[in-house]
Design a protein around this ligand. Sequence first.
Ligand SMILES: Cc1cc2nc3c(=O)[nH]c(=O)nc-3n(C[C@H](O)[C@H](O)[C@H](O)COP(=O)(O)O)c2cc1C
Length: 323
Amino acid sequence: MMKTRFTEAFGVEHPIIQGGMQWVGRAELVSAVANAGALGCLTALTQPTPEDLSKEIGRVRDMTDKPFAVNFTILPTLKPIPYDEYMDAIVQSGVKIVETAGNNPKAHMPKLKEAGIKVIHKCTSVRHAITAQKIGVDAISIDGFECAGHPGEDDTPGLILIPKAADKIDIPIIASGGFADGRGLAAAIALGADGINMGTRFMATQEAPVHETIKQKIVSADELQTTLIFRTLRNTTRMFSNEVSKKIIEMEAEGKGIDEIGPIASGLKGKLVYETGDENAGVWSAGMCIGLINDIPTVKELVERIVNDAETIINERFRRIVA
Ligand SMILES: Cc1cc2nc3c(=O)[nH]c(=O)nc-3n(C[C@H](O)[C@H](O)[C@H](O)COP(=O)(O)O)c2cc1C
């Protein structure tokens, strides 16, 4: 049993978060993570409308009575998103934890705080973490360059970001990006974090709503099979390296803009990857820790294994070394 500032403040058993994942962070996965004693994040924008989000929150509640969170991602999109309506659905549903990401959540903080919601803000630089702490978030999730999704534009890996954030931030810190096993959790704690956030590792679990072929692809892939798209648009995104991500990088090199690249990179095509198992149906996020994933356990098996392995490393390896 590991007790940290995060487990204490957020009322979860284990210092592990399943970060928001577009198309993947649905009720089945989130409730499995909650039932395993970790914190699952339902991804708000996976739901086509705020009403659908309210229903999905209800589905999580049908499957668990443990705490869970909703991820609220504020990013530039091709189609305008009714963010305020999604936020109202979250607040009215009585959810008690929100993970914000993509941009400064300042505009939404009054509503969140008034509703007594605890906010975990995920960001990719220490300066943004300091700003988020100032505006009153309750924890920082600091996402290193290794991560799936949006690593930002600074290219700073977790080995630097995590201890630096620990030096500058007083609230609980979650280390994110590149974590897949108990060694990572023990290392994150050693670097000053209060827990870890994982995306890619949770995709390869029994309960993740991801086609079996893609889960097998994750197991067989190594750490060299991710790539960065949208660098030229200053909206860098780490994706699985497939035919579509390679095509996008070629188009970027030719100077093409979002008007031409957008339709190829559409999120709806990415959704097809998880539904059909065709890895080249669109772009899909994966982090460098894909090289550490060798099996498809249940969420409960995964969470228990990570916590047990981290405890063993701390109790045995760390102790043996200093004795
Ligand atoms: C398939 C997938 C989709 C993701 N979608 C989102 C998202 O919509 N919003 C968000 O804040 N983060 C998103 N992320 C990032 C994760 O929440 C997390 O920060 C990241 O995966 C951590 O890096 P890791 O994959 O190395 O564990 C996504 C990650 C994956 C793998």
